[in-house]
Design a protein around this ligand. Structure first.
Ligand SMILES: [Zn+2]
Length: 301
């Protein structure tokens, strides 16, 4: 994204360091992410959106050769460099490969430590640090390629997953459950009242205990009623109280609790199948500790 941008490579380094220091990394089955195919992307995005990003990348390459700038601006917060296209394909490819591995029974669940994130990426628009919607690409892959009939997407990032909502609103096969700080970024994005969405907008400074109660009352009964055969998590950790990107008060134990409640639902309906994808989380220490808490619950470690 360019120097000084919060969505930076150090985010994945911080997670990697934490896995190393705690020894947790050694206990996990680790895999490299393949590139998603254009067909994978087009399950969530318009052909025009995929072609436009490809075109911007090619154009940028020519600009650089001619001595131009190394970044192209997609929206006021989001820019791409010549490596963004491949990184975005790998982020979506990780989610697809994780879905294949979980469906094949090679593992019960998977966490994808990926950048760029995906939940602001709309069907035909990149925005908010996101280019392709990794969780929706994977959810549609599970439905269309693995023949599942119902899945759920759970989003606990501090920001509203407007891109996910844009793509899945009205798709009865996918139940989307989320909470997010409101009013907040992305300002102005319309909140759909489609029947397959469980949206919980919460004011700034809401604490973890209140979030837990809302999840218990609003998410869990709807998830149980939907009986998802697989659950996808938009795992953003920017609702952490140390993260200045948002103003919510979650801590590591809240992420562990939320993960364990999602895992209970997955055990009841989905043979435990969960694919979790990193979204936000910009305070490096809080991000690394929260990802550790999330993975420990997923992996029973
Ligand atoms: Zn976020």
């Amino acid at each position: 994204m360019g120097a000084g941008h919060p969505e930076c490579p150090e985010r994945l380094d911080a997670i990697e360091d934490r896995l190393l220091i705690t020894g947790l990394g050694d206990a996990l089955d680790r895999r490299e992410a393949p590139l998603a195919s254009v067909a994978d992307l087009e399950r969530a995005h318009s052909r025009m959106h995929v072609a436009a990003l490809r075109g911007m990348t090619d154009q940028l390459q020519e600009q650089i050769i001619a001595g131009g700038p190394e970044h192209a601006q997609v929206d006021p917060d989001t820019s791409l460099n010549v490596h963004t296209w491949n990184a975005a394909l790998r982020a979506a490819g990780a989610a697809v490969a994780a879905t294949d591995a979980v469906m094949a029974g090679e593992m019960e669940n998977a966490f994808c430590a990926v950048r760029p994130p995906g939940h602001h990426a709309c069907r035909s628009e990149a925005m908010g640090f996101c280019f392709f919607n990794n969780v929706v690409v994977a959810a549609r892959h599970a439905l269309d390629r693995h023949g599942l009939s119902r899945v759920a997407i759970v989003d606990f990032d501090v920001h509203h997953g407007n891109g996910t909502e844009d793509i899945v609103a009205g798709d009865p096969r996918i139940l989307m459950a989320s909470f997010y700080q409101h009013p907040f970024y992305p300002y102005g994005a319309e909140h759909s009242d489609a029947a397959n969405l469980v949206n919980l907008p919460v004011p700034a400074y809401t604490r973890g205990m209140d979030i837990r109660e809302m999840i218990e009352q609003a998410w869990i009964p709807r998830l149980d009623a939907h009986k998802p055969e697989m659950i996808f998590i938009s795992a953003g950790f920017d609702a952490h109280r140390e993260d200045d990107m948002g103003q919510l008060g979650l801590v590591e134990q809240d992420y562990a609790w939320i993960t364990s409640r999602i895992k209970d639902v997955a055990r009841r309906h989905a043979k435990g199948r969960i694919v979790s994808c990193l979204e936000g989380g910009y305070h490096l220490g809080a991000l690394a500790r929260s990802v550790e808490a999330h993975i420990r619950v997923l992996a029973d470690l």
